[in-house]
Design a protein around this ligand. Structure first.
Ligand code: NAD
Length: 499
């Protein structure tokens, strides 16, 4: 059963507390009449949409600078930092339903996925809490009367600008390593989903993160986001979002203080099915559908291109179409829903227009958008599958960020690699084969940051969060996940002591 009324009460109560969290307290905001916010599950208007003022954003950056300069968090012992972050992780778990309700109401992911996201976020914070006393740098070999070593210094004030698709997880992925490395942070969540990040700041504060160390401000990208990225009070930007926005933010950095950046932008990820998979087609189709359409396809590492060997293409395509028809969009807040909505009507209409364009370009639509689904109040869209997609076409080249899978056939490994590498992106890829020779080639020739072989790119089951990776091309740069992410949020310094 959908519990829209109580979710709405929870969201309004959260917004009434304030729309910024600065120096350990909520601050009210100003109403932005240009921004209408409705629940993507029914189209009802939900929030007044109040955002942080420019003065509050300045104060957030200033207090973060102040706490950093005063070493308020940096000088906390590793054991105490670890204890504080572990309490924070516990608080996230205890408040998983509250966080999930806010995300589901604001951006339309299913409440069950959003609850899982909250638990993943708690696990991420735990990972970085536990890493604090296991991370150290190197000492050089020197003459016996001297000493030379590296230290990891925090970068200072981290400005974190994050998207709406995984509001709690994307924020946790920035907050965990930033705080573990001793920085102060100002997070700006997306204007489309910001309430859970405010709650995260409150939980961190209650867990013992000192006031001013973890702040949250809200607002649109062009106002609040630009102010943070252009501020000389900010020492690093960590960004997750689209390539176009990432390029703009790099420009703000260049025009201000040249702050370093970590850019996690979009992808046009390929999932490659080799012919030796012929006996597993049905189970494989289920797995491919689960990962390609996770979060309604609004996931940076979801595979939006399926490259399938021509020997298994007919069976694979049929199995995918059957699997996809079982994904019926349902109300995001209903615990029985397994497929939610697109973030808002504007995004849904943009995706529908891309589908129409793909048809004009000659791709064959095997599973069409359903009029009955689209016409429901809210921003619903069912999974859509195309085949015979020209690898050079718009559908195969430009990120859709929605539930649309483009199938292209190939004849051999050379062709699969050249199609997979033939976009400006380089985020992730999945390969489905047991052919060892082919695996070796894919692993050395695919231009991606994250390669999964016989494993779903959305899964972290084999290694938890321990492996970092760095995207390439239009997908961005800088390492997230693993202990390597701690290096991203630190500056390497060398110390030499002569004898
Ligand atoms: P977006 O780029 O529109 O917005 C992301 C964030 O940037 C938001 O907080 C937004 O307010 C802010 N922003 C927008 N314009 C800005 C500006 N001029 N200056 C400063 N900040 C600005 O992206 P989105 O629509 O929120 O999210 C979808 C995109 O995110 C997709 O392209 C997706 O692939 C990408 N994404 C990438 C990853 C990854 O790890 N590679 C993960 C999730 C999402």
């Amino acid at each position: 059963m959908d519990d829209f009324a109580s979710a709405l009460d929870a969201a309004r109560a959260q917004e009434d507390l304030g729309v910024s969290f600065v120096d350990g307290r909520y601050i009210p905001g100003i109403h932005d009449p240009s921004f209408i916010k409705s629940h993507p599950g029914n189209g009802d208007s939900i929030l007044d949409t109040r955002f942080s003022t420019a003065k509050t954003i300045f104060d957030a950056l200033s207090t973060a600078k102040h706490t950093y300069s005063r070493r308020v968090w940096r000088n906390v012992t590793p054991a105490e930092k670890r204890a504080v972050l572990l309490r924070f992780a516990t608080a996230i778990k205890q408040n998983a339903h509250r966080l999930a309700t806010l995300d589901s109401l604001e951006m339309g992911k299913t409440i069950s996925d959003a609850t899982q996201d909250a638990h993943i976020s708690a696990a991420l914070i735990t990972y970085y809490a536990e890493s604090i006393d296991k991370w150290f740098s190197r000492k050089a070999v020197t003459a016996s009367n001297s000493l030379a070593y590296n230290t990891f210094e925090p970068r200072g004030v981290i400005g974190a600008i994050v998207p709406w698709n995984y509001p709690t997880c994307n924020a946790a992925l920035k907050i965990g390593p930033s705080l573990a490395a001793g920085n102060s942070i100002v997070v700006k969540p997306s204007e489309h989903a910001y309430l859970s990040t405010l709650l995260l700041a409150e939980l961190a504060h209650e867990s013992g993160v000192p006031p001013g160390v973890f702040n949250v401000v809200t607002g649109t990208g062009e106002t609040s986001g630009q102010q943070i990225a252009s501020s000389t009070l900010c020492n690093m930007i960590t960004f997750t979002g689209s390539h176009a926005t990432g390029k703009r933010i790099m420009g703000y950095s260049a025009a201000s203080n040249g702050k370093p950046m970590l850019m996690e932008c979009g992808g046009k990820n390929a999932s490659i099915v080799m012919p030796d998979m012929k006996d597993d087609i049905e189970s494989l189709a289920e797995r491919i559908v689960a990962e390609s359409f996770a979060n309604q396809g609004q996931l940076c590492v979801a595979s939006s291109r399926l490259l399938v060997h021509r020997d298994v293409a007919a069976n694979m395509t049929e199995a995918l179409c059957s699997a996809v028809r079982t994904r019926v969009p349902g109300s995001p807040l209903d615990p029985s829903s397994t497929f939610g909505t697109i973030v808002n009507g504007r995004e849904r209409d943009r995706i529908v227009a891309r589908i129409a364009l793909a048809k004009e370009h000659g791709a064959r639509c095997l599973v069409d958008p359903s009029h009955e689904v689209i016409e429901r109040p809210g921003s619903y869209l069912n999974p859509v599958i195309f085949d015979r997609v020209d690898p050079d076409s718009d559908l195969a080249q430009v990120e859709v960020f929605g539930p649309v899978l483009a199938i292209t056939q190939f004849n051999d490994v050379d062709k699969a690699i050249s199609i997979a590498n033939g976009t400006e992106y380089g985020l992730s890829a999945a390969v489905w084969t047991n052919d060892f020779k082919a695996i070796k080639r894919f692993a050395s020739e695919l231009n991606v940051g994250k390669l999964q072989i016989r494993a779903d790119p959305t899964s972290t089951s084999t290694h938890g969060f321990s492996l970092g990776s760095e995207p390439m091309g239009a997908s961005g740069f800088g390492v997230e996940f693993g202990m390597d992410a701690l290096n991203s949020y630190s500056r390497l310094m060398s110390v030499e002591l002569a004898g």
